[in-house]
Design a protein around this ligand. Structure first.
Ligand code: GDP
Length: 439
């Protein structure tokens, strides 16, 4: 997954540094060399790495060490400076706020439009999306489908009007409807060309957008930062959205973009699902790069999808070892709401090295489990004992879900294993001892 390479390279330097109390020229030398190498390997551009290393040395040594601050914390802070401050979306004083989305073909622009609409919807902002990619009917269709999926209106006119005319009409439609935000999907080209730039400039004139985002693909590495710089010169941007950070890219782009173009990354995309969009936090990215796992984002995401009450109820059940199939289902649904399992795992220290294949396997087996639970009666879900006693019930569930009876039996015994493990955990948490465990 992304940043793995970076993390591995830095882990050593990191461990060394953590043992120190303060940063000195001496103890910074080796870690800085490792960091420099790791950043270069991650495809962060050379000038950026140079500037970074210089500024760290200056800050750490020139102005003296910040006493009382652990070197690891200090380093995270310094690395995060490379990404600038976190900046959120800007809204127009008089709605609607117009967000113009630009980008080359295939970078994930249309997907990002949908993700952004969902993100805003969760923040109680009403949206409309404008489909102006008149050169590719498939792109319009794709946006319409996403709109339906998320119940966000889409304004389109097929290829009967020019992009600029669609923009004009769409905007007046948005004003009529009184929506808060207009998200404009524009045509992408395979390469930067005059036509695309001119079209964007015209759209900009007509729409007077508050935000102009360039969507860039993290897989393109340093090219992404260069593109942001180029578009910014031509059209003027307010920021970038970096997509496909879940892929096998080395991710150096996340650290280069601000330095190279002067424009911040506002959002990052980490998957194909509509929920896989997050505001970009340079400090979190920095700590992730330094191999600590991004606990903060993880907790925040978990809180977002899990209601407080639900969480407490779940905890109570775990403590009392009463976890049943309803809870099981709730948990898997929660995970689905949190985005892909891969996205979740990378927040957990040490877990960012789980392979995409392992993750896909796990996700698949969760789906299988879910199908079987869906074939259970409410009583069976709440009282799994019913299933241990009755082969005919297990047979019925197998038939209903298209699985084998063995799979059903397996699921049932898995639940009881989980209960047992949870009981042990609960005993531990209450300060008791668990037989058979070194505690
Ligand atoms: P566009 O041509 O720029 O509009 O690109 P699309 O939105 O059609 O996306 C191109 C492909 O990239 C689609 O298959 C998307 O599902 C995929 N995609 C978009 N964003 C992400 C992302 O953050 N992660 C991954 N893995 N795939 C993405």
């Amino acid at each position: 997954a992304v940043f793995d390479q970076l993390s591995t390279g830095l882990e050593e330097a990191w461990t060394k540094l953590r043992r120190e109390d303060v940063l000195t020229r001496e103890n910074m030398k080796e870690p800085m060399r490792d960091i420099r190498r790791a950043l270069l390997e991650a495809d962060v551009s050379l000038p950026v790495v140079r500037r970074f290393v210089n500024s760290v040395s200056e800050k750490a040594i020139g102005t003296g060490v910040i006493r009382g601050v652990k070197p690891d914390q200090q380093l995270v802070k310094l690395v995060s400076l490379m990404g600038g401050d976190a900046v959120s979306i800007e809204f127009a004083k008089v709605p609607p706020t117009v967000i113009l989305m630009a980008g080359l073909q295939g970078v994930g622009k249309t997907t990002a439009c949908g993700k952004l609409a969902l993100f805003l919807k969760k923040k109680d902002k009403s949206c409309i999306m404008l489909a102006t990619d008149v050169y590719r009917p498939a792109a319009i269709e794709q946006l319409v489908t996403l709109g339906k999926q998320m119940e966000v209106p889409v304004f389109e006119a097929g290829n009967q009007l020019s992009p600029v005319e669609i923009a004009r009409k769409g905007l007046s439609e948005a004003k009529k409807k009184g929506v808060d935000v207009v998200i404009v999907d524009t045509a992408g080209r395979l390469q930067v060309d005059k036509g695309m730039m001119n079209e964007l400039k015209q759209m900009k004139q007509v729409l007077n957008p508050t935000e102009i985002f360039l969507v860039v693909d993290a897989m393109t590495g340093q090219e992404a930062a260069a593109l942001v710089a180029a578009f910014n010169l031509e059209v003027g941007l307010t920021g970038a959205i970096l997509t496909k950070l879940d892929g096998d890219s080395r991710g150096g782009a996340a650290l280069s973009i601000k330095e190279v173009s002067g424009k911040p990354i506002k959002f990052i995309g980490e998957g194909e699902s509509m929920t896989a969009l997050e505001p970009f936090y340079p400090d979190r990215m920095a700590s992730r790069i330094l191999g600590m796992g991004d606990i903060l984002s993880f907790v925040e995401k978990a809180q977002e999808v899990m209601m407080q009450e639900e969480a407490e109820e779940m905890q109570k059940k775990i403590m009392e070892a009463k976890f049943d199939f309803n809870d099981f289902l709730k948990q898997t649904r929660m995970m689905a709401r949190m985005g892909s399992m891969g996205g979740m795992l990378k927040f957990i220290p040490g877990m960012n090295k789980v392979s995409p294949l392992q993750i896909r396997e796990a996700e698949k087996s969760l789906k299988v489990m879910e199908s079987m639970i869906n074939s259970m009666t409410p009583e069976e879900r709440a009282d799994p004992e019913l299933l241990t006693k009755s082969p005919s019930r297990r047979r019925r569930i197998a038939l209903g879900s298209g699985r084998t009876q063995e799979q059903v039996s397996q699921l049932v015994s898995q639940l009881f294993q989980m209960r047992a493990r949870m009981k042990n955990l609960a005993t531990l948490m209450q300060g008791g001892k668990v037989p058979g465990l070194d505690n």
